[in-house]
Design a protein around this ligand. Structure first.
Ligand code: HEM
Length: 1083
């Protein structure tokens, strides 16, 4: 296992190694292998599972194989297609082996292609090839690879090559590739036999020691147990059964804390053995689980050991690894007493030897490397850094030209990334643990960028090369290379683990690809494949990635897929729960980043029956997650939609239903309750200011009773109404100040709450009430006066009339009453029609304001111009009289008799006629046209705006509702009860059912997709009906492959006729014939 590991420098240098396929070679590689070569090749064509020797292929064979392999991959437009061709051929050849592959087809195909590519390219170096084959063999430990299966796979691959390359696939290449594949297959079987038992033993005992247990099933699959092992287990079992004293003893000491986990036992043993001061052991302990669980994955094991070595570098004192082994074995023996035997000793010793070797290689180096690298980075001038960034990309693009396709950003951004990567190399030494976490996230983001793993190696090579030019210090260079290699390794692993077919499909933004990718997912996990990819502690959501990267076609297909109800005999599958649990804020996300998908989401929450009964149909609306969040509190969905402010979305069936349910069952009552007080205040205000207010004109004498009522009402107005409004305003002001919601766009700071019409009205009313309070005649006329002229609580006395305060007071009072009525307008939300009318009124007001402005301008212009004229009008000799008169004329309030008096002054008459022409013909008609247009503009959205208004009131009302009432409301919604689809067909919970008139929506196809066959949650859904396009695609492929096969068939006939000696000769002959058309005659 360990031999298969590449060390860091090799990783960086790998891409620099000479590629045998690219060297200048004029030799005819398609010629027949000579006898010597044949002799060598023959012996590699049978599967050798007895030992793992080196595969020494003749150089020419290697070159031919590499060339053939690259040509094969090059035939296809995309690497995925090449992978699919090989994978498909294997599947067709051995359909019964399909169950062996658990990963999706595209992933598996790519893995196979990548694996064989690395073998073919390493074939020139037998040791490298062996190490690579061995490394891959560890990933095959849980697969039942056998010699016949290896041959089937090999032959299937050869067939695809024949089909695609024809004559180009010469005998040398064929035998070379066959040998490599046979060799790899033999190696898999050998490694499986050799190490599987040992690894199974390790994992099994580790699961017992670490108290995992759940994963034992997986280990069972690794290999069938040998009889010997089974016997031993049985004996151990019996031993436990007949030894009850042990447990009794344990019972006696139960007060003592007995270590039960591996970590506890280890620390206990370490203390007993005198290593309690060896803090480094704790670091290893932290990484011990990933080390043991990844024992079969050499690449991952190396990574864990590298990170561990960085952590160990932080420990002071001597590190003596054999001491850890002693404590480890002692702990394991205590924790796995029943099963422990000599085989366990051997297995754990073997594991530790490998770990020790990997750690020792790096131990002691990180500290010096960190220092050197830090010094290098700190001393790097800005110019040098810029030079480095420029050169890195230049060199990288030389090494891997395809890398240019991924870096589309500006140079400054690229330089920023390159600088960040340099910083990361230092940070890796400083805080390895944190970096590993961050790299998982970064790796997952690179999955989203669609970066292929093979580009990492050239990037590392380029970076190391350029750094080499900047320093002569070996330690610095090694430190940089080692750290960057480790970073790249972690990212590549994350990329491999996180590169699901769904993510790959998202990168193409093609719906068909996404559907294909998700089609293979088990039905029970389908939703989560679209919503979550986890690597380590980091996770990414493919759906969110699709939205963020602008792959909205895929995002829409994902939402549609999630919200499609599918069913087998046993279960209904619907992704709404998974979607809202994973992304409770999905409505907010969509409204800010992809509003076009909101409709798709909301429509997906509704099911309509195809069956009509009594002219109505059932409608199930799965709106639970729009009403309550995961903790059962009111959901913010409505609030987000109000903030989004789109009248079309708020009028969606689902949202209307949700809003209406909350409104009618809960919020309306609370809203009314809250407004009752205001209604009362209005009544009080009107009573005291309008009905009972004394005025000279009314000629009714003051009475003590009416004065007392007015006094009480006004005291209530100042304390009960003004006080309450003041309290509300202070709270809003405080909240805005606290949150920094102050708007300065009008040069004066305005708290945000004042932009709400209602609050602005309240603010104004408050100040009017304050002014009323100051000018209040009650205080000025002497409250307790009982003179003959003034009664007690009188508001009528000479003082207030003389100094004009009564006039001012009544003015304020008039405005206050108007404001009270205006604030009452929010009662209109009880009816959407009235509310819509009010809103339209508000929206066209701006047009009226324009008219008023224009009118004022014209009036002032004409009044001043008339004042410039010489005339004998004694009645209208001043400016203000003309202003008033012209205004009255435009509003039709000017008395007709006055017009007659104008006849004597012809010059004034002409000006007035022009004025009237402008006002009554142009301005008034313009206003009509404006109002018309504005009304038409808002008419379509009128209801939507009304709904937005009501939704905002609902949101505000919900804030003040107690948890108890909310809980009662939720219980009333009965979201736990499963709703019937059609009669007797009990379906999904989490919604409400209503009936609607059948004509409201025409439904011809049931939106539930039902499938027969197996109902196991692990099974994918059977293929849904193909689209026409798919069928044509398949037909085209079939025709192409048939034509190729026909060509091949002809070549075989020819071969028999000619009795040709070699496969190569016959194939090329046939192809030539076929291509010039002469072959058809012979058929
Ligand atoms: C050791 C290897 C690498 C490291 C440490 C690394 C690190 C980073 C970092 C830190 C960013 C910044 C943006 C973010 O946080 O997502 C980034 C962005 C990116 N990387 Fe890498 N990267 C590596 C290799 C590569 C390679 C080989 C490619 C492909 C040729 C690549 C393609 C990208 C792309 C396309 C972006 C997005 C840039 C943007 O949108 O601004 N990276 N990488």
């Amino acid at each position: 296992m360990s031999e298969a590991e590449e060390d860091s420098s090799e990783y960086a240098e790998e891409s620099e190694e000479e590629d045998p396929s690219t060297g200048p070679d004029s030799e005819d590689l398609e010629s027949e292998p000579d006898d010597e070569e044949m002799e060598v090749l023959k012996k590699y064509l049978s599967v050798n599972d007895k030992s793992l020797d080196d595969l020494e292929l003749p150089p020419k064979v290697v070159k031919s194989t590499v060339r053939a392999w690259d040509s094969f991959v090059g035939v296809f437009e995309r690497k995925e297609s090449a992978a699919d061709a090989i994978y498909g051929a294997f599947f067709d050849a051995a359909p019964n082996l399909q169950g062996m592959f658990r990963a999706p087809r595209a992933t598996m195909g790519l893995r196979i292609l990548t694996g064989i590519t690395s073998f073919v390219h390493a074939a020139h170096d037998a040791t490298l090839l062996r190490r690579q084959v061995e490394a891959v063999a560890f990933n095959h430990l849980d697969l039942d690879v056998t010699a016949p299966r290896v041959e089937i796979f090999r032959e299937a691959t050869m067939e695809v090559f024949d089909l695609e390359l024809g004559a180009l696939f010469g005998t040398r290449a064929r035998m070379g590739l066959s040998s490599i594949m046979t060799y790899a297959g033999g190696a898999y079987i050998f490694c499986r036999k050799e190490y599987a038992g040992r690894i199974r033993l390790l994992l099994r005992s580790w699961n017992t020691a670490a108290k995992k247990g759940d994963d034992v099933d997986q280990i069972e699959d690794l290999d069938s147990k040998s009889d010997e092992e089974e016997e031993e287990e049985e004996v151990a079992q019996e031993r436990v059964e007949v030894d009850p004293t042990k447990s009794q003893e344990g019972g006696k000491n139960s007060q003592l804390k007995v270590p039960t986990t591996f970590d506890e036992m280890f620390l206990f043993n370490a203390a007993v053995m005198g290593y309690s001061n060896s803090t480094w052991m704790k670091f290893i302990l932290e990484y011990f689980d990933p080390i043991v669980t990844n024992v079969a994955n050499s690449y991952r094991l190396q990574e864990a050991c590298d990170v561990l070595s960085l952590n160990l570098a932080k420990c002071k004192g001597e590190i003596n690894l054999p001491e850890f082994k002693a404590v480890m074995l002692a702990s394991l023996r205590s924790l796995v007493p029943k099963e422990w035997n000599s085989q366990h000793e051997v297995a754990w010793n073997w594991l530790w030897e490998n770990v020790e070797r990997l750690l020792t290689k790096q131990l002691g180096k990180p500290r010096a490397q960190q220092k050197a690298l830090e010094r290098f980075v700190v001393n790097l001038s800005q110019d040098a850094l810029t030079g480095y960034c420029r050169d890195v990309y230049k060199r990288f693009f030389q090494l891997a030209p395809s890398g240019q396709d991924f870096f589309k950003q500006s140079t400054t951004r690229l330089f920023f990334i390159a600088e960040k990567i340099v910083e990361m190399t230092v940070e890796m030494y400083r805080t390895p643990k944190k970096m590993v976490e961050e790299l998982s996230g970064l790796g997952l983001r690179h999955v989203g960028y669609g970066v292929p793993t093979e580009l990492f190696s050239p990037y590392v090579t380029a970076a190391v090369e350029i750094v080499r030019g900047f320093t002569t210090d070996d330690t610095t260079e090694t430190a940089f290379a080692w750290s960057l290699t480790l970073i790249a390794k972690i990212m590549v692993r994350t990329l491999v683990e996180g590169s699901t077919v769904v993510m790959q499909a998202i990168n193409t933004n093609i719906e068909k690809n996404l559907k294909k990718a998700i089609a293979v997912a088990p039905r029970g996990k389908r939703a989560m494949e679209l919503l979550n990819i986890t690597v380590g502690t980091q996770s990414i959501s493919p759906l969110y990635w699709a939205i963020e990267s602008g792959s909205l076609v895929c995002a829409q297909a994902m939402i549609e897929d999630l919200l499609t109800i599918r069913a087998d005999r046993d279960n209904y599958y619907y992704g709404a729960d998974a979607l809202f649990t994973r992304h409770p804020e999905v409505i907010k996300k969509l409204s800010s980043s992809a509003p076009s998908l909101l409709e798709t989401l909301l429509e997906g929450l509704v099911w309509r029956s195809r069956v009509i009964s009594n002219g109505t149909r059932r409608v199930n609306c799965y709106c639970k997650h729009l009403m309550q969040d995961v903790d059962g509190n009111p959901h913010q969905a409505l609030q987000w939609l109000v903030e989004y402010g789109n009248p079309v979305i708020i009028s969606q069936f689902t949202i209307v239903l949700v809003a209406d349910l909350i409104w009618t069952r809960l919020a309306a009552y609370h809203f009314l309750l809250g407004r009752c007080y205001f209604l009362f205040t209005l009544c009080v205000a009107v009573t005291s200011q309008s009905f009972l207010s004394y005025s000279k004109a009314s000629k009714t004498p003051e009475t003590l009773e009416s004065n007392t009522v007015v006094f009480v009402c006004r005291i209530f107005l100042y304390l009960g109404s003004m006080g309450k409004i003041l309290y509300g305003q202070i709270r809003c002001f405080q909240a805005d100040c606290r949150n920094g919601d102050i708007d300065r766009s009008f040069y004066i700071p305005i708290p945000q709450y004042l932009f709400s019409l209602k609050e602005a009205g309240n603010f104004l009313l408050l100040w009017i009430l304050v002014c009323m309070c100051i000018e209040e005649p009650l205080w000025h006329c002497g409250v307790w006066s009982t003179t003959e002229t003034a009664l007690i609580f009188s508001t009528h006395c000479e003082t207030v009339e003389e100094n004009g305060s009564k006039r001012r007071y009544t003015g304020f009072s008039c405005v206050a009453i108007l404001l009270y009525w205006a604030l009452l307008l929010d009662f209109s939300i009880f009816s959407m029609h009235i509310s819509a009318y009010v809103l339209v009124f508000g929206r066209v007001l701006s047009e009226v304001a324009l008219f008023v402005m224009a009118l004022a301008f014209v009036v002032v212009a004409f009044a001043t111009s008339i004042m410039a004229l010489e005339h004998d009008f004694v009645e209208m000799a001043s400016m203000d009289e003309w202003l008033l008169s012209l205004t009255e004329m435009s509003l039709g309030m000017f008395h007709p008799d006055y017009y007659r008096s104008l006849n004597s002054e012809s010059n004034v008459l002409i000006v007035v006629i022009i004025f009237m022409l402008i006002v009554s013909i142009i301005l008034v008609n313009l206003l009509v046209a404006q109002l018309n247009q504005a009304y038409q503009h808002v008419y379509t959205d009128m209801q939507g705006y009304a709904r937005l208004n009501r939704a905002s009131v609902i949101v505000a009302t919900l804030e003040g509702i107690s948890n108890k009432r909310w809980g009662r409301f939720l219980r009333g919604m009965n979201f736990e009860e499963r709703l019937e689809f059609n009669e007797g067909d009990v379906g999904l919970a989490g919604g409400v059912q209503i009936v609607e008139p059948a004509a409201a929506h025409i439904v011809t196809v049931d939106s539930i997709r039902r499938f027969g066959g197996s109902s196991a949650p692990t099974m994918p859904w059977p293929d849904e009906e193909d689209s026409m396009e798919d069928r044509f695609d398949r037909l085209e492929k079939l025709i192409v492959s048939s034509v190729k096969k026909m060509g091949k068939g002809r070549s075989k006939k020819k071969k028999t006729k000619d009795n040709g000696s070699s496969v190569l000769a016959s194939l090329s002959g046939a192809t030539d014939e076929g291509s010039d058309g002469s072959g058809s005659g012979s058929d």
